[in-house]
Design a protein around this ligand. Structure first.
Ligand code: G6P
Length: 500
């Protein structure tokens, strides 16, 4: 029997700075749309028809702004046209130049950071940008809707939204590491407090690993009067286990904002994995095969490959990776002519001078190695800087060794993707500072990312590993790396948020 009354749909709102679609304004005045990928996109595609979803994101560039003005858009996506100057100060000034630096520990501390009047102006923009999101969410959300807020760009949104709409179920997920408490406390005290209170406006906070969740809880207890049920060892702890839950299931932080009732926030860990089915299918398509042929040509017959694929983030440690490769060629000259370092360093955040300088340094060091060691028939480093997903998959398939050596990384999905796609098995040389190390550390060769000599030694061991062991490790890495599909990662968060 069909009910006469349709049940109201469950409403899910997602909020993130970068949305699932972007627009480019073409010369003829038309708008071209591009779809993005990632865990949230595949997660959202997994929710059924009984759920109504809305993704609130920022207009990032002129194309997006023009789309908003023309009323062009996709169903289920709302772009916020925030004043470009406010947006730039919030995104480049605070999110990318302060919060990203704090959580990835990137400052050269003798000279920076400096929290001056300019910083305060940028902070006011960060507040305004967060408020624009909170107001848009509050206006769009139906009774009791679930709202999933993403990342450091929107750390103040949970608190602001709770004030506006206490009936909502609010979650926040951090896709980055969380800074060790002493590093976080470089921020001015009022700003540190505002960030932490903003996050604690959520009912539930998600992190990629226990280590980052533990670092957050350390920060809370150092910053606010708060109670928690979790035992947190002092310091950040070792690789994986800084956050030791005192019981099964639910862990909480209770804190009081003056004038408001005490509020409890659950803390949970959701280790996002690679999308195995998608990768296996996509990496067997014709364009990937074409890119493999072109790469083989550049590498040369019979040579081993050390592959890395990154956005050119300061935290990815591409330059030390190149130094380690150079050291390998010095310490083990037997590898000369027999190995090629295939390094893909795709552009990121080029509005920031420090990113542009870093990108130039990557190219400079790669060129230095090529001119010092290269021969008529051997180019030691093949560097590509033009983003090409099919070529990345081609490199994954060809990789004998994958080098993933970030200074600090929330998870690092490349480490989880390569073993899934690899044709003949691939040894993973992995930084102990990548979140992925918690799950992959046993079958990877684990390195300290600052130790160039140690990384070179790991590259040598990786290149020397026998096929049998390499194949076994690759299988286990692929299984561990796909244990939590993006869909499962997303749906589990959604269910937990609904359960309260
Ligand atoms: C990385 C991080 C995410 C972050 C994103 C922003 O992928 O893992 O936590 O949201 O960078 O990048 P964007 O290009 O938008 O600045």
């Amino acid at each position: 029997m069909v009910s006469a009354h349709a049940t109201p749909k469950v409403q899910v709102l997602v909020a993130s700075n970068r949305g699932p679609v972007s627009y480019v304004l073409k010369e003829d005045g038309s708008l071209e749309s591009k779809r993005g990928g990632g865990g949230l996109v595949s997660g959202l595609s997994a929710i059924g028809d009984e759920v109504e979803s809305l993704w609130v994101c920022a207009a990032l560039g002129d194309g997006d702004r023009e789309a908003v003005r023309r009323g062009v858009g996709e169903q289920g996506v709302r772009m916020l046209d925030i004043d470009p100057e406010v947006f730039a100060q919030a995104y480049n000034g605070i999110a990318n130049s302060v919060l990203w630096f704090v959580h990835h520990m990137l400052y050269q501390t003798p000279l920076e950071p400096v929290f001056d009047a300019e910083f305060r102006r940028q902070w006011a923009s960060y507040e305004a940008y967060n408020r624009a999101f909170a107001e848009a969410l509050a206006a769009a959300a139906g009774d009791g809707a679930r709202v999933l807020v993403q990342d450091y760009h929107l750390a103040l949104v949970p608190g602001m939204l709770r004030e506006l709409r206490p009936d909502l179920r609010i979650g926040h997920f951090s896709h980055t590491p969380w800074a060790p408490v002493d590093y976080f406390r470089m921020l001015p005290d009022d700003i540190a407090g505002q960030l932490v209170r903003g996050m604690l406006g959520a009912d539930r906070l998600g992190f990629l690993t226990r280590r980052w969740a533990g670092a957050f809880m350390n920060t809370v207890t150092a910053t606010l009067p708060a109670e928690t049920d979790a035992f947190i060892p002092s310091g950040e702890g070792q690789r994986t286990e800084a956050f030791v839950p005192s019981g099964e299931g639910r862990h909480w932080i209770r804190h009081t904002v003056p004038g408001r009732a005490p509020h409890e926030t659950d803390i949970a860990v959701y280790p996002l994995g690679a999308d195995g089915d998608f990768l296996r299918r996509r990496s067997r398509e014709a364009d990937v095969a074409q890119r493999m042929a072109a790469l083989r040509e550049q590498i040369g017959a019979g040579r081993r490959t050390i592959v890395r694929v990154d956005r050119t983030e300061l935290s990815k440690n591409i330059v030390r990776g190149l130094h380690a490769y150079r050291h390998l060629l010095d310490a083990h000259p037997e590898w000369r002519e027999r190995v090629v370092h295939v390094a893909f360093a795709y552009p990121s955040r080029q509005d920031l001078a420090v990113y542009r300088d870093y990108t130039a340094e990557v190219a400079r060091v790669a060129a230095d190695i090529n001119s010092a060691y290269g021969t008529a028939s051997w180019t030691p480093v093949v560097l590509h800087v033009q983003d090409d997903f099919a070529r990345s998959l081609a490199a994954y398939r060809l990789a004998d060794v994958a080098l993933v050596n970030p200074i600090r990384d929330g998870m690092n999905l490349v480490a989880k993707e390569v073993p899934v796609v690899s044709d003949a098995g691939c040894v993973l040389v992995l930084s102990r500072e990548a979140g992925a190390c918690a799950e992959l550390g046993e079958d990877a060769l684990v390195v300290n990312p600052y130790d160039v000599t140690g990384t070179a030694a790991a590259l040598h061991s990786a290149l020397s590993m026998g096929d049998g062991e390499r194949g076994e490790r690759t299988k286990r890495l692929a299984a561990a790396g796909t244990a939590v599909s993006p869909r499962r990662w997303f749906l589990e968060q959604l269910e937990a948020l609904a359960a309260g």
